[in-house]
Design a protein around this ligand. Structure first.
Ligand code: HEM
Length: 172
């Protein structure tokens, strides 16, 4: 994967379909403070703004069910490491499983094991955002860590810990 923490943040990418997310600012700052803290971003994700990640929309893995249940899939592999290898957090290929105004964000197996089930990471409340160009945008607040996500952060955060809000842009 592209291990480019140096990748130039792009503003154009924010207008493309995708998911923009700061994950959890205090966690990203914590890794940044470590002498050996590293972030790597690739496989469809790029850094944007001052600390957000942009995961690109993946139409092939997205789906719409008849009952309003939708899956919005995104590409990108983001990894944080530090503490001389003891800390490793991978947040890759997120999907929002949407049911009305509720969404669950799942990620690929954090250890990248083949055929391992996806892991629910956060739950959120969705709200459609107005756009001027016919694209469809959603904001998600009340973003909260799931019970399954607790172990990924070494049990430091409890279930329900607030994470950053999400913004999703879908094709028109
Ligand atoms: C060598 C072992 C570790 C040491 C000495 C250590 C030390 C610390 C310290 C001192 C803090 C609080 C200080 C600060 O905010 O800067 C902290 C916070 C935290 N640590 Fe570690 N840690 C270790 C391993 C890990 C691992 C393996 C993880 C897994 C992800 C982890 C995740 C976290 C998280 C999520 C926070 C809270 C960050 C925040 O939101 O403020 N730590 N750790």
């Amino acid at each position: 994967m592209d291990t480019s923490t140096e990748t130039t943040p792009t503003t154009e990418r924010q207008l493309a379909p995708g998911l923009r997310w700061g994950i959890k600012a205090s966690f990203v700052d914590y890794v940044r403070r470590m002498p050996d803290g590293k972030g790597s971003v690739g496989d469809g994700a790029v850094p944007v703004g001052t600390g957000d990640l942009f995961y690109s929309y993946d139409p092939a893995a997205s789906s719409t069910g008849g009952d309003g249940h939708q899956v919005w899939a995104f590409r990108g592999d983001v990894r944080f490491s530090g503490h001389y290898g003891m800390l490793f957090v991978r947040i890759a290929h997120p999907r929002l499983e949407v049911d009305g105004s509720r969404a669950v964000l799942t990620i690929e197996d954090p250890e990248a094991r083949q055929d391992a089930p996806r892991v629910p990471l956060v739950t959120a409340r969705l709200q459609e955002l107005p756009t001027e160009d016919g694209t469809i945008a959603w904001g998600a607040d009340q973003v909260a860590l799931t019970a399954e996500g607790v172990a990924l952060f070494n049990d430091v955060y409890a279930e329900g810990e607030p994470f950053e809000p999400l913004v999703v842009q879908l094709p028109a």
